[in-house]
Write a protein that binds this ligand. Structure first.
Ligand code: GTP
Ligand code: MG
Length: 195
């Protein structure tokens, strides 16, 4: 999709604040600092629209981006950030769970993992959880520019193994600075949203 117009329409913590326009939605989930905001920026072709940061835990609300008046990207705050309190983590869990399980418009979830490391326990849990609820999921391995090309296949196999991914589910290697992988991700998104 060629994107010219994007607008942050709502930062929501509560279903009453979700947009009511009814466009299909694609959510982006992953650990704090994994690169969710950077990925959405590349997909919408903006340098820093979704706020990116080297400080983990920046995104605290569900941020709905209206893309071309056709769909919403939902930037979900990152999980597994150790420095937040237990109460904050529980609040987070409740907010995410409510959104992911009760949102009719949600068509797919892009789940990010860091290509440089084996998926964490939280990554595995998130993937199993998405599978349990039957949410169509695309695994995106970010920061792949930090890995030499010769090791990409090995990286993909390792992630597949850790997540116990069915062979039919693909992993996309992605790099925000090098802009690698965004076409495949867009294809998947359009298929889920409009297919
Ligand atoms: P939270 O909102 O805190 O959950 O973080 P996030 O997942 O939105 O991460 P964000 O996009 O803010 O990126 C975190 C850091 O990783 C920033 O310093 C980015 O520049 C860096 N980063 C993101 N994607 C890539 C990538 O593909 N390659 C490299 N080398 N760095 C990246
Ligand atoms: Mg973010």
């Amino acid at each position: 999709m060629e994107v010219n117009h994007v607008e942050l329409v709502m930062s929501a913590v509560d279903p009453a604040q979700y947009p009511t326009t009814g466009y299909p939605e694609i959510a982006f989930v992953g650990r704090s600092n994994v690169g969710k905001s950077s990925l959405t920026n590349v997909l919408i072709n903006r340098r820093s629209y979704a706020r990116t940061s080297s400080q983990p835990g920046k995104t605290q609300t569900l941020n709905f981006y209206n893309v071309e008046d056709q769909l919403y990207f939902v930037d979900v705050p990152g999980y597994g950030y150790a420095k937040v309190s237990k109460a904050a983590r529980e609040k987070w869990g409740h907010m995410i769970e409510t959104y992911l399980t009760q949102r009719d418009q949600l068509r797919g979830v892009v789940s990010l993992v860091d290509a440089r490391h084996e998926p964490t326990e939280a990554d595995v849990q998130m993937y199993q959880w998405l599978a349990y609820y039957g949410l169509p999921t695309l695994i995106v391995a970010t920061k792949s520019d930090k890995i030499v090309r010769g090791k990409w296949n090995q990286t993909v196999s390792q992630i597949k193994k850790s997540l116990n991914l069915p062979n039919t589910d693909n992993i996309v290697m992605f790099s925000a600075p090098k802009k690698i992988g965004q076409d495949t991700i867009w294809q998947w998104i359009e298929e889920q949203a409009f297919g």
